[in-house]
Design a protein around this ligand. Structure first.
Ligand code: PMP
Length: 285
């Protein structure tokens, strides 16, 4: 059976789920999105995802043409109609079809799209053995150019960094900001463990404020592990006892090598493993 895709209140077979080639989401990456997980039929942290979606939309002066509560219900409906318990939801709001020019005022009908699909996780070996990543030469977008807090459809900045990583044989890539500080990876936030405490770049570093990042901060607080949001440099990464990434699709994945340098013991560390265990409990509850 074909997956059903929600577009503006109607469900279409995946093959027939289409929008205009004049949509500014396609022409210019003009739109916003969210990636959301469902575990055992329950949507994980839907409210914070919707909050972030609304904030991203407001930042680009895009009015979401559907009330928040309605969209929440439509997300659940899309999972149900596709009979997906453990899955991934992609929620997309485009600027809508317009002229070939940039002008957002000359567009009509923002498109509301919900795709529910099965989740494509990193292969299990990465969770057991840890990832090797490299730092990209491409820096993360300057916040005064396109603030990384906005989860926009324009991901070329991250894609360029990802290509660099792929050329070095890595599936994820670390990005610095314009000041040379550690920001985040192309689709994940980064954490370090130093002397039993968690360190992660603060929002001022120019990052997406990850929902998983927030969940990990809460889990750590409950486990009595101090968390510091602070400025971090490459040297902090190289000298860390442990390193891991967080993201909706990846959850928590250990990193064991950065730029060819082993992090800590070169194996996934005990605090990372403990947080992974606690995160599993959280998503199962
Ligand atoms: N940073 C970037 C650039 C991302 O695209 C994402 C989402 N894939 C994250 C961090 C992690 O955010 P979340 O935990 O909300 O998925």
């Amino acid at each position: 059976m074909s997956l059903k895709v929600f577009i503006n209140g109607t469900f279409y077979d995946k093959e027939d789920a289409k929008i205009s080639v004049y949509d500014h989401g396609l022409l210019y990456g003009d739109g916003v999105f969210e990636g959301i997980r469902s575990y055992g039929g329950r949507v994980f942290r839907l409210d914070p995802h919707l909050q972030r979606l609304w904030e991203s939309a407001a930042a680009i002066r895009l009015e979401i043409p559907i009330p928040r509560q309605q969209l929440a219900e439509d997300v659940v409906k899309t999972l149900r109609i596709n009979n997906i318990q453990d899955g991934y939801v992609r929620l997309i709001i485009t600027r809508g079809a317009g002229t070939l020019g940039l002008d957002p005022d000359r567009t009509s009908d923002p498109q509301v799209i919900i795709i529910a699909d099965h989740v494509a996780l990193y292969p299990a070996e990465y969770y057991n053995k840890g990832l090797q990543i490299v730092t990209a030469r491409t820096i993360r977008n300057h916040p005064a150019a396109l603030n990384p807090r906005i989860k926009s459809l324009n991901y070329l900045n991250n894609i360029l960094a990802k290509i660099e990583g792929q050329q070095a044989g890595c599936i994820e890539t670390l990005m610095l900001n314009h000041k040379g500080e550690v920001a985040e990876c192309t689709g994940d936030n980064i954490f370090l463990v130093r002397q039993g405490e968690l360190l992660t770049p603060s929002c001022d570093a120019g990052i997406l404020e990850g929902i998983t990042r927030e969940a990990v901060c809460e889990i750590a607080a409950n486990a009595g592990i101090p968390v510091h949001q602070m400025t971090l440099m490459s040297e902090d990464v190289y000298q860390a006892d442990e390193c891991f990434l967080t993201g909706t699709a990846a959850e928590i994945v250990p990193v064991v090598k950065v730029d060819g340098r082993a992090i800590g013991s070169g194996q996934p560390g005990p605090i990372t493993s403990e947080l992974i265990k606690r995160f599993k409990v959280l998503t199962a509850s």
